[in-house]
Design a protein around this ligand. Structure first.
Ligand SMILES: Cc1cc2nc3c(=O)[nH]c(=O)nc-3n(C[C@H](O)[C@H](O)[C@H](O)COP(=O)(O)OP(=O)(O)OC[C@H]3O[C@@H](n4cnc5c(N)ncnc54)[C@H](O)[C@@H]3O)c2cc1C
Length: 369
């Protein structure tokens, strides 16, 4: 086998499709199966559209919501509004990942579902992957697209893995009377929540807060009542929306720490190489873009004499050019909205500085690719 892709999220699926389109033999290993819900705000920047269309995965068939306006509120409910220059679309991960999986199968990607990669060794110029079903796979090139945190990170001895991260994420799907072309970000003490339309007249409502906030209040409903609902816009959502899950999806250990984009000769893509804060609403586009950059380098590797050093150096250069600054700015923006006082001041000031708002958005987003 030529290429193993570890993880079938957005980075893994789109890179596998691209490589298969170029006639390369690709096996993708995903520890879960599709369709599946994921904690994510489900707003995708339109910058991904040219690439998704080019690889034969135009999301228009999923009838996503089209989103062109942005609203930000402070914990007290002060409103800032702005058009979204590039805009985006809203579609659930349940639908999007499943769709990309079907495209991958149609293009000839070999997919192993419900199989985790437990160990990756590199020796004699090839990778050896130990799978949870006992099999061993060998590949000439490996892409690490397994998301923000995996036991593989411990096995690779990556430094961020040892540090606990304070953040947790919670997600619901709901129905609500709200414009479908608007994405709203509502701050509250100790976090922020995003809401925007997805397919089928539903909305994704997702928030990031701290483990400490949850510990203080004991349960998710108590925390939502005591902190989120202090923001009048969030109070309205909780009182008027029809919540479509019995229980929310919840994840913890969300880390925005710096990571490396090549690890043990593997090209790391998406959150596995670095996660941008959800406040910037751009992690999915970055994952897809990183998958594209990795796939392009791998195609060159097979076409131009299989020089591994050139492969790793070329990918590092392309990745850093595209994402390094964006990730740094994302961390700074996250700090700005980390405290109620700072976010009150930030929203109160930025609402009179529309040019600054659009500049921050441009700097945290990429160009169409
Ligand atoms: C609260 C929150 C809100 C967000 N909101 C948005 C938003 O509105 N817009 C946006 O663009 N981004 C958003 N993001 C970010 C976005 O979700 C991620 O950046 C994106 O999902 C990264 O894609 P990925 O392919 O790197 O990883 P993932 O989509 O996480 O995929 C990784 C895959 O690897 C699999 N896997 C893991 N370990 C193994 C293993 N050992 N073997 C095999 N498979 C494995 C997993 O099961 C998973 O399917 C948000 C994130 C959070 C936490």
């Amino acid at each position: 086998m030529q290429i193993a892709v570890i993880g079938g999220g957005l980075a893994g699926l789109t890179s596998a499709i691209t490589l298969a389109n170029r006639g390369l033999s690709v096996t993708l290993i995903e520890k879960k199966s599709y369709p599946l819900h994921k904690v994510c705000g489900e707003y995708v920047s339109n910058e991904v559209l040219p690439y998704l269309r080019a690889i034969g995965a135009d999301p228009a068939v999923l009838r996503p919501a089209s989103i062109s306006r942005f609203m930000l509120t402070s914990p007290k409910g002060v409103i800032l509004e702005s058009p979204l220059d590039l805009g985006g679309f809203g579609v659930s991960r349940y639908t999007l990942d499943h769709f990309l999986y079907q495209v991958a199968l149609a293009k000839g990607v070999q997919v192993r579902l419900q199989t985790a990669v437990q160990d990756v060794q590199f020796a004699d110029n090839q990778f050896s992957l130990k799978l949870s079903n006992g099999d061993t796979l060998r590949a000439e090139v490996a892409l690490g697209a397994y998301g923000k945190r995996s036991t593989l990170d411990r096995q690779l001895n990556r430094s961020f893995f040892a540090k606990r991260s304070p953040y947790i994420g919670v997600k619901y799907h709901l129905r609500l009377d709200m414009p479908t072309d608007l994405i709203a970000l509502h701050n509250f003490e100790d976090g922020y929540a995003g809401i925007s339309a997805i397919e089928d007249g539903r909305y994704c409502f997702c928030y990031l807060t701290t483990r400490e906030n949850l510990r203080r209040h004991g349960s998710i409903p108590d925390m939502e009542q005591a902190t989120l609902q202090q923001n009048p816009h969030l109070r309205r959502i909780f009182s008027e929306a029809e919540f479509l899950y019995e229980q929310p999806e919840v994840i913890n250990e969300i880390s925005f720490a710096t990571k490396t984009c090549v690890e043990n000769h593997m090209l790391m893509c998406g959150d596995a190489a670095g996660m941008i804060t959800p406040l910037c609403g751009n992690g999915m586009a970055m994952a897809i873009h990183a998958g594209k950059l990795a796939a392009e380098q791998v195609v060159q590797y097979f076409e131009n004499g299989r020089n591994r050093q050139a492969l790793e150096a070329g990918y590092t250069l392309a990745w850093e050019r595209q994402f390094k600054q964006r990730l740094q700015l994302g961390r700074a923006v996250q700090r700005l909205f980390g405290s109620p006082l700072l976010s009150e001041v930030a929203v109160g000031t930025l609402r009179y500085l529309p040019a600054a708002v659009r500049l921050i958005m441009r700097q945290t987003h990429g160009q169409p690719f």
